[in-house]
Design a protein. Sequence first.
Length: 265
Amino acid sequence: MQLPRSQHLASELIWLDETTSTNDALRELVAANTEQPNRSVVVTQSQTAGRGRLGREWIAAPGKTLAISILLRNPAQSIGTSWVPLIAGSALRRGLATFLGSSEVALGVKWPNDVLASNATATNRKLSGILSEMLPDGSIIVGIGINIALTEAELPTPKATSLALLAPEQPIPDADAVVAGVLEELFGLLDAIDLGNDQHVKDIVTADSRTLGTQVRALLPGGAVIEGLAERLTGDGALVIIANGDHGSEPTEVVVAAGDIEHLR
Ligand code: BTN
């Protein structure tokens, strides 16, 4: 498939009719060529072994979803690479919002980077997810999965949604338009950091968050569970939760750098 707009934005754009995982395909390209350029992009509509965060699988119906992986060399040096997954979440939220037309859909980012959609009939349905992986040389692969044309019956879980379901009156966007929209936002935010506008980008990430200011349950990688108010981001982009005190004890601040967040209301 030809993706002319996306090709213009990426330094190299590789379309695959099918692959196991675009993150793995891009990792192999980098392993084979240490000079693989910054902002190389791999895209497919058919992944046979897509991977999600925290070791989960990413299930995506062929032809109705998009998988995009982007190679970032030395991104966001001034604020630190731990911000890159959060910035990618904001870029995705902004890129996808343009395909919803005038439909009454609110898109927000669940920390660290799931794009959730809410409208009159459904709340916090997952439209898109991101798996960011660091390579041994410090480069980052940002892997993005987007539910484009799935019907209700084709959703991988009842908590998911798709662009087609959110904006049924809109034409289903073509792959080039979606990839280009996301790349434009992501590269724009990364360029802003390179130009010194760190605080502006952090403010965008904060404004796009659906998590900050809400009651959450955090499931931590070791199995611990914390409930409380998601209050702010640290200088590294970790989530600060004011954990509810047990039996009248004082609330305590817990810094969550990795884990799964559930919004409680
Ligand atoms: C998540 O929500 O858990 C993250 C899902 C990330 C899926 C994308 S699809 C493109 C890239 N290739 C993969 O194998 N995973 C990511």
